[in-house]
Design a protein around this ligand. Sequence first.
Ligand code: SF4
Length: 218
Amino acid sequence: MSEIESVIGEEQAIDMAIDSAIYDFLAKKHKIYAEIQVTDLVYCPRKAYFEKKYGKQNNNSSWGLFVGILLHDVLLEAMAEYLDGEAEVLTVEVFEIHGKLWKVFGMCDLLTPNYILELKTTSYLPEQPKLSHLMQLEAYLRFFDRDYGYLVYVERHYGKRAIFKHYRDEALYNEFLDRLYDFTHALVTDIPPSHIDQSLCKLGKHKCPFYSYCHSQP
Ligand code: SF4
């Protein structure tokens, strides 16, 4: 019997071991590689700003996140082999804004000689790709110098899938750059970014952890 089991009992120790395994796995997965990440900009930049300022506060189900990431990683590794690509390729682009150099980190899911593939595991397949996902793919097309890519959604329970092809889109990349400009302005001035995504304020039973604070800001 381990020391912890003798104190709290075996069943509780097993329960705690599961919680710790999930926590450790997610902590490793949420490593931050640079001061700004592509994903900070494509969802709700204001939320990403609050996370940098006050620390990440997760109110999603850790279990759901754990299962989603595991499925994503296992699938991606196998796909990389079939498609002759490289999984989870990291890069950093440097932008000069407000007289300062800003590093923006991006990690694409799959890089092949011809295209980029972003894989999303979801509860429901979307009829159209989500704007945030398209913008993420768009940024990677620029960062990794590819002309087109694919957004692939795989439904978690039955493995159904939807595949969308996306070519470079100037307007979408300009929107990404606008968000980057706004975000760096926020980091310099300490005024929250004006770009927000209200569809993320409330998701089902979950509210954004910064909801009250955010709605009291200009
Ligand atoms: S409450 Fe909504 S707008 Fe504000 S940070 Fe959260 S998701 Fe973004």
